[in-house]
Design a protein around this ligand. Structure first.
Ligand SMILES: [Mn+2]
Length: 317
């Protein structure tokens, strides 16, 4: 069995993959499990140092009978890997995710998608409901995933604290989870954020403040920072190479609710216009695409164009 996290796997993806593996082990004690992440975020690497779980990043074994995907709902988000051999044999792919699903891709056989704070919370609930013994180490992993995706409980649902309490009762170490997530940004990240902030285009629409800018990397960090500075809606374009465009979007809950919009849905609409992929949830989303034909070279022009496109979509709501 293969259990996959999305590319640049965050602690929620890593924790849910590890958590799911131990659930499946109860039912299939003799199965062989391969954990896979095309790339792993810095903070997730710190999380992995606390356990013994090994993730593969390059070759997908060809003896897999079933693939699980955690924290993403399509194979594009797994990164630059080919599952053609697997999908051509019509073997099942099962998704466990908390991001909004617009439509189910054909290659996905089953999906468990709940609107929850995190995939780690979904996995935590599975342990509780299936009454599976949860090892303290796994409980700490899941706590870390929940803390990360909720941004230390800024986002939560009616059940989040119940799940967290269950994980702590199971031996999860809350302080250790917090420590794993503490990270001072590198100097390059700080400078990139400051530079990106200085060239921000600010647009006011009613009571909403739009902040649009570009940066070479650290786009999600800058988008979050812009919300911290007072933006209602922040969009950051990153152009890491000639043909690669990434957009990170963040908003306040007030913005999303006031405009009756989910950034995940908005990302889907905008990404389709560029023949790229996009998704996310209510207040955080991302878009990836390759250079479309007849596309402005000047990044400020692209940012202006994105502002116009998104304003149009939001006003249509
Ligand atoms: Mn997640």
């Amino acid at each position: 069995m293969g259990i996959f996290a999305h590319q640049n796997a965050d602690p929620d993806a890593i924790a849910s993959v590890v958590g799911l593996k131990h659930i499946l082990k109860q039912y299939f004690p003799n199965a062989k499990f391969t954990l896979f992440a095309h790339s792993i975020s810095t903070i997730s690497k710190k999380l992995l140092l606390t356990g013994n779980e090994v993730f593969q990043s390059d070759s997908v074994p060809n003896d897999l009978d079933v693939i699980f995907i955690c924290d993403a709902n399509n194979i594009q988000q797994l990164g630059n890997i080919s599952l053609n051999d697997f999908t051509s044999q019509k073997k099942p792919i099962i998704v466990i995710d908390h991001h909004e699903e617009i439509e189910k891709p054909d290659e996905i056989a089953h999906s468990i998608i709940n609107v929850e704070t995190s995939t780690a919370e979904m996995i935590g609930k599975m342990y509780k409901e299936l009454e599976i013994v949860l090892e303290p180490k796994i409980a700490t992993f899941l706590l870390t995933g929940i803390l990360f995706d909720t941004r230390r409980f800024i986002y939560r649902t009616a059940s989040t604290f119940d799940t967290v309490q269950f994980l702590i009762h199971s031996g999860g170490n809350y302080d250790e989870a917090l420590t794993i997530l503490q990270k001072e940004p590198s100097d390059s990240e700080k400078i990139a954020r400051l530079k990106g902030a200085t060239r921000t285009i600010i647009h006011k629409e009613g009571t909403d403040i739009y902040a649009f800018t570009h940066i070479s990397s650290y786009e999600s960090s800058l988008a979050r920072a812009l919300i911290g500075l007072g933006a209602s809606f922040a969009v950051v374009l990153a152009v890491p190479s000639d043909n690669e465009y990434r957009i990170s979007m963040r908003s306040t809950k007030t913005f999303a609710e006031g405009n009756k919009i989910s950034l995940g849905a908005l990302a889907k609409v905008i990404s389709a216009k560029f023949e790229g992929t996009g998704g996310g949830h209510q207040t955080a989303a991302g878009i990836n695409f390759k250079k479309p034909k007849e596309f402005p070279k000047d990044k400020n022009e692209i940012v202006q164009m994105l502002l116009k496109m998104m304003l149009k979509e939001i006003k249509q709501k």
